[in-house]
Design a protein. Structure first.
Length: 56
């Protein structure tokens, strides 16, 4: 009898990050100088940070 893998049994919940202005923070991937950079941007005030946790 086949069993489900350990990773498929865990529930995956997405975490929403909120900016201090009340807007939702979305992650964006940018390709600059041959490198991929991740940036977090607030949809409401267009503030850009490196990680979503920097908006606190």
């Amino acid at each position: 009898m086949a069993q489900a893998s350990k990773n498929s049994r865990t529930s995956s919940a997405t975490q929403k990050f909120m900016c201090s202005c009340g807007g939702e923070v979305k992650m964006k991937m940018l390709f600059e100088n041959g490198k991929v950079k991740n940036q977090a941007e607030c949809e409401k005030c267009k503030r850009v940070e490196r990680r979503p946790s920097d908006f606190k």
